[in-house]
Design a protein around this ligand. Structure first.
Ligand code: DP6
Length: 321
């Protein structure tokens, strides 16, 4: 009745932003991502008949409210399918800033889906685990699988492999601008955008072509094409956010300075392209051999830089007794 899993966050090179009117948290745009090995969430789940309610400890602090409710919803689904009735103790830790736009919900729900199903004795394949994780957070569906991964917009989608982790030794240099939590969660940001941004429809209509381009560039290992399409996806998503009312502006001055520095690196002949999620941080895609040069150039503008490599999927681990 007990299991521990680890998962890594992922960064979308073609972004998911917006939900369909379909049950179970279904994206309105297809996305393609890469798993960020080197950043890790570790989640232990223990079903315990003596508990009166599910308990969640997030980085050593007992969580309530929205994060707790989302975890309970996933545990309820696992209980319904497995017949386990006991409540659970969930202990989860991230070795990187939480809820700040560094995709902690992606690795969090991917690790939770793996650990909770294993603890309940439910044997789910990758696709079923990915669907379960998606209900917690759609980007989490992608962190269940290794390497380069896609998530579609059909009813009840599961993440699908695009290419394995060893397909292409890219690096993702994360330039974290602030280490605190962000003001607006992705979930509420995307619903605000959909309700108030005049560019929302255009964003949704345009996204599939960019996702196809990102996928083709990954398969061809064409970094320039990938970087160009990934930057376009991130900036079009942010254009849609900024046009909301009141505006949804995640950027700070440091975000813009980092974007300018990435352009400067390219002008100097270093293949580096930026992407930005629902936060101020800038993540830069480059060849693994350029990662230390890129990290050195970005470090003076960031609170912290982390170099991630293409990582594996969410997996159950053996814990020392
Ligand atoms: C900007 O997966 O966090 O990172 O499904 O509502 O939990 P929910 O949203 P979430 O949104 C991620 C948005 C993004 C782009 C992406 O990862 O594709």
């Amino acid at each position: 009745m007990k299991a521990t899993a680890i998962a890594h966050p992922n960064v979308a090179l073609a972004k998911y932003w917006g939900k369909r009117d379909a049950p179970g948290n279904v994206p309105a745009t297809p996305s393609v991502s890469v798993v960020m090995g080197g950043l890790e969430t570790r989640t232990a789940v223990c079903f315990d008949a003596s508990l009166e309610r599910d308990v969640l400890a997030l980085n050593g602090v007992e969580a309530s409210g929205e994060p707790h409710a989302r975890v309970v919803a996933l545990l309820d689904e696992v209980r319904a399918r497995s017949g386990v009735r006991a409540r659970a103790r969930v202990v989860t830790t991230n070795d990187f800033p939480t809820a700040s736009g560094l995709a902690s919900s992606a690795s969090g729900f991917a690790a939770l889906a793996r650990a909770a199903t294993a603890a309940a004795g439910l044997a789910l394949d990758d696709a079923a685990t990915s669907r379960l994780a998606r209900r917690g957070s759609a980007s989490a569906a992608r962190s269940v699988l290794p390497g380069f991964v896609a998530l579609g917009t059909e009813d009840d989608p599961a993440a699908e492999p695009v290419a394995p982790a060893d397909h292409w030794p890219l690096a993702i240099v994360v330039a974290a601008v602030t280490l605190g939590p962000k003001d607006t969660s992705s979930t509420s940001g995307m619903s605000h955008c959909r309700a108030t941004s005049p560019y929302y429809r255009a964003w949704v209509d345009d996204a599939p072509a960019l996702a196809a381009e990102v996928r083709a560039a990954i398969l061809a290992r064409d970094l320039e094409r990938l970087g160009d399409a990934a930057e376009a996806s991130a900036l079009r998503m942010h254009a849609c956010m900024i046009a909301s009312r009141p505006p949804l502006l995640y950027w700070t001055g440091a975000t813009l300075e980092l974007l300018a520095r990435v352009r400067g690196l390219r002008a100097a002949g270093v293949g580096a392209w930026a992407t930005i999620d629902a936060g101020p941080h800038v993540k830069v895609i480059c060849r693994a051999s350029d990662a230390s040069t890129v990290a050195e150039r970005l470090a003076p503008l960031a609170a912290r830089t982390i170099v991630a490599h293409v990582g594996g999927g969410a997996r159950v681990i053996e814990e020392a007794p």
